[in-house]
Design a protein around this ligand. Structure first.
Ligand code: ATP
Ligand code: MG
Length: 871
């Protein structure tokens, strides 16, 4: 069975059991501070389990793009080494939200595997939770055990501990006991030697877990304790690639049709062969895996970068580049050449890949070029370190510097050293690394306490599209500790006019005013899953009273002008540059707007003018907003409303329209484009391969900008004696200036000639040295010219010239070559020694050197001492 069919049969099976098929959520998570990437199918349903949101359906099924490279679930080190862990993989799942529980979950899983997919029952093992004796004090899962006992012989049931059979999403959040299904894919011969029972959960590549059925019953709180969830849920996850391995009768995920096209392409572009040596096999698997992770996240809108999720992606890509570099001898970019294969193969199930293939290729190629350069430089630096090293062990600090400052991978350093018969002081390296980790953790960690719940939120509790003020109540609060901000509080209100940061728009600021007049400043507003969280430095004395919530209206007004202008800018770019332009990021606050988009060349000034004119025309047209708050997602797409890749949209969406500009958007906007007043681009540049950035201002900021320009212009005019045409005047001045410069040059040449003659006459002979030390009114360049000109007219010269320029002293020393050779004189030494009189220093060559100092008063002394020096 082809992988495509396997995926659709899974979904169809659960559809036949009344499950709604839902799309995969984006792999890169944007509104949950506890999670960077989706690591399990259940992430997008977390709020349903916690009871914060009421689901629209009680049963769902999907295939979810997951990435396990950070946090609690991190498989990066396994990937490539083994044959069944990936960074990015698809997790097939079925869910019950307070609907069915263990009975159906277990029976359906068994039915699908053995009756639909017809997997031989004999090769399957199941596990149940054995309970725990630690502080959680959980009993064994008797119910699951009894259910399984009716299906499989007892010797196929294995008891698992908390690590294997109690599933938790992270340090906090929903969790519960689980029942896993494992397969034993070994030959009969091997099975005879040791029972599969003993190999379950023992990291055997042919005895692997394929499906985990989690029975969600608890919530792990911030203080580490468990609380019962309001309802019981089912959350299952089956690795799609592992299922394909079983159904296609393979021994490795990489031998299924999910990976074979990629592997063939790698063989082709790197001129290598899979299945020949363990080392190259690992490299090929790493690359085949990592290109998927990187391409999927770029398609989700997350580009490689220096911070956060972008940095994780960059490191994955670099790991692939590095494996190619070391084991497949690839010294040129090649990973970008795999994207087409991937998009051909998965583009149907994940159209975002196909749509952004071009961008993926460009971004990956540029990353490859830059990292290959880093590797080249790093190799040179490492050579230096090796050359200077004493003994056979290379210092861990040096290796860390190479890793930290230049991005040179430590495993590569270790490998090269090993090849040279040298050792790396790993202890030192690890200590440095730990220190760095501690430093960055100290800078970024925010620890949040548990919510103290004192009321309930209303269902649709954001009212900020219509109101900037409202009577509200606090429904929950918690204390958070940020190393940077110190102690803070987070407040949730029953309803709120405060816009939470999102869709590129910053969160609102403002104030809560209690009945008694107490004021609590709201410093920022953010969303965490479905909760709108208000940040404050203080808590009100009485939390239970009514408050007036007041949004800072000025800031909001300017922010929304910038937001609406961003939509018009997007439309302008697509209409002027072409429809290949896609939004790749945006940031809108009260001061300015920033818009990143895909486009392959710098915008000409003419294009920029056109874009500005386009937007300003739309502003001048005074187009009223057409806002549809609750539109079916599909209807919106049918109406031609633009949606972004990598955004999570519900089935009801909000569409914002200004004339022909139509976008899905949750942000706040002007009622009429006239309110934007004026749009002005202030910069245009590149942020990554194929991605440009425009920064622009609107409204009051433009007024300030023009005021500033006019003030400057007025000042210029005033300097030009109020010239009518300042541009003409400046041109005239420049012409005049050029003419004067020429004349000056001629005069200076004459002067230098005269000076040369005069000075020549002043040279005296001391101990066979033609000596002159004198203050001359020339600049540093003039002193040098003069010295060399004199140098051509006589032998055995020692010249020390000094000058004072703009309050600073300069010394210049010239010594003829014969003196340097025969008398061991050195101009560099001379200026260093005499430099102390002018409170400065300098250097140069043996026959010519200069020094600068801040004490012109010392010039005379320096000149006198030059004479003594020679004597
Ligand atoms: P393992 O012990 O094999 O790492 P797990 O216990 O971490 O698996 P779960 O968190 O229960 O796995 O995830 C559910 C299913 O997702 C697993 O049964 C497995 O089929 C699949 N899976 C988990 N991690 C990976 C991975 N890194 N690559 C591919 N599939 C995976
Ligand atoms: Mg795991």
């Amino acid at each position: 069975m082809k992988s495509q069919e396997i995926r659709s049969q899974f979904l169809e099976f659960f559809k036949s059991k009344s499950h709604t098929i839902v799309p995969s959520a984006p792999m890169v998570i944007k509104d949950d501070p506890t999670l960077m990437f989706t690591n399990a199918g259940m992430n997008q349903f977390k709020e349903y389990f916690l009871g914060n949101t009421v689901p629209k359906f009680s049963r769902a099924t999907d295939t979810q793009k997951c990435l396990r490279v950070s946090g609690k679930h991190n498989d990066l080190e396994e990937v490539g080494m083994d044959t069944y862990h990936h960074t990015m993989f698809e997790m097939l799942g079925n869910w019950s939200f307070g609907d069915y529980f263990k009975t159906e979950a277990i029976h359906w899983a068994w039915e699908l595997l053995t009756e639909v997919f017809k997997i031989d029952k004999d090769i399957l093992y199941v596990s149940v939770f054995e309970g725990s004796t630690d502080s959680d004090k959980l009993g064994m899962d008797q119910e699951a055990y009894d259910l399984w006992k009716k299906i499989v012989p007892e010797n196929k049931i294995i008891f698992g501990n908390k690590k294997d059979n109690f599933w938790e999403m992270g340090d906090q959040g929903p969790c519960g006991p689980s029942s896993e299904i494992h397969v034993d894919l070994r030959t009969e011969e091997e099975k005879a030697k040791i029972s599969g029972r003993d190999l379950v959960n023992a990291d055997h590549p042919q005895v692997v877990e394929i499906w985990n059925l989690v029975f969600m019953e608890y919530n792990r709180k911030a203080d580490g304790s468990l609380e019962k969830l309001p309802a019981q849920h089912v959350d299952t996850g089956m690795g799609f690639e592992r299922l394909c391995m079983v159904l296609q009768d393979k021994k490795s995920n990489y031998d299924t049709d999910v990976f074979t096209p990629l592997i063939s392409q790698i063989e082709k572009v790197t001129n290598s062969k899979y299945g020949v040596s363990e080392k190259t096999d690992i490299a090929i698997r790493v690359i085949a895996d990592h290109v998927r992770a990187v391409a999927f996240s770029i398609a989700d809108g997350q580009l490689p970068s220096n911070t956060g999720a972008g940095y994780v992606i960059r490191r994955i890509l670099r790991r692939a580049i590095r494996y190619g570099f070391t084991f497949l001898d690839t010294k040129e970019p090649f990973i970008y050449k795999l994207v087409a294969t991937l998009s051909q193969q998965m583009g149907e199930a994940f159209p975002e890949l196909k749509a952004q293939q071009n961008l993926c290729e460009n971004v990956i190629k540029e990353e490859e070029q830059s990292f290959l350069r880093t590797l080249d430089q790093g190799l040179v630096l490492l050579e230096n370190i090796i050359e200077k090293a004493q003994g056979n062990t290379i210092s861990g600090q040096k290796a860390f510097e190479l890793y930290d400052t230049f991005g040179f991978p430590i495993d590569l350093t270790a490998l090269i050293l090993r090849e040279r018969g040298l050792d790396l002081n790993e202890k030192e390296f690890n200590a440095e690394l730990q220190q760095q980790k501690d430093r960055s953790r100290a800078a970024s960690v925010i620890t949040a306490g548990d919510w103290q719940v004192i009321g309930e939120e209303e269902a649709e509790n954001f009212i900020g599209y219509d109101h900037l003020e409202a009577a509200v109540k606090i429904t929950r609060y918690r204390k958070v500790e940020g190393k940077k901000e110190g102690e803070m509080y987070q407040l949730v209100l029953d309803k709120t006019p405060f816009y939470p940061e999102g869709g590129g728009q910053v969160g609102d600021k403002g104030v809560l005013i209690s009945e008694s007049g107490e004021k609590i400043k709201i410093l920022n507003t953010k969303k965490e899953n479905n909760l709108i969280i208000h940040f404050s430095k203080t808590l009100p004395q009485d939390l239970s009273v009514a408050f007036k919530a007041v949004v800072n209206a000025d800031k909001r007004k300017q922010t929304q002008a910038n937001h609406s202008a961003t939509h018009l800018l997007h439309q302008a770019l697509r209409s002027i540059l072409g429809t290949h332009v896609e939004q790749k990021g945006s940031m809108v606050n009260s001061e300015y707007l920033r818009f990143d988009f895909s486009h392959f060349s710098k915008l000409t000034s003419e294009e920029l003018n056109q874009v500005e004119a386009f937007v300003n025309t739309k502003i001048g047209d005074q187009i009223a907003i057409n806002e549809q708050r609750s539109l079916a997602f599909q209807d919106a797409l049918d109406q031609g409303v633009m949606a972004l890749f990598g955004e999570k949209y519900g089935d009801k969406v909000r569409a914002i329209q200004f004339g022909d500009s139509k976008e899905l958007c949750g942000g706040t906007h002007v009622k009429n484009t006239g309110e934007i007043w004026y749009f002005k681009i202030v910069s245009e540049g590149a942020v990554a391969a194929g991605i440009r950035r425009i920064e622009a201002i609107t409204g009051d900021a433009v007024k300030a900008f023009f005021d500033d320009q006019i003030t400057t212009l007025d000042a210029v005019k005033a300097e030009l004696k109020n010239a009518k045409d300042p541009v003409r005047s400046i041109q005239n001045l420049q012409d005049e200036n050029a003419g004067l410069k020429k004349q000056l040059e001629i005069l200076l040449k004459d002067k230098a000639k005269n000076l040369k003659e005069e000075l020549k006459a002043e040279i005296t002979s001391i101990n066979g040295i033609q000596f002159l030390a004198k203050k001359v009114d020339l600049d540093a360049g003039g002193l040098k010219d003069l010295s060399f000109q004199l140098g051509e007219t006589a032998d055995n010269l020692f010249l020390l010239f000094a000058t004072e320029q703009e309050g600073k002293a300069i010394l210049s020393c010239y010594i003829s070559k014969e003196l340097v050779a025969n008398k061991d004189l050195n101009a560099g030494k001379v200026v260093r020694e005499l430099g102390k009189y002018i409170q400065g220093g300098g250097g140069g060559q043996a026959f010519y050197a200069t020094a600068g100092g801040k004490n012109p008063g010392g010039i005379e002394e320096a000149l006198e001492n030059a004479k003594q020096y020679i004597q």
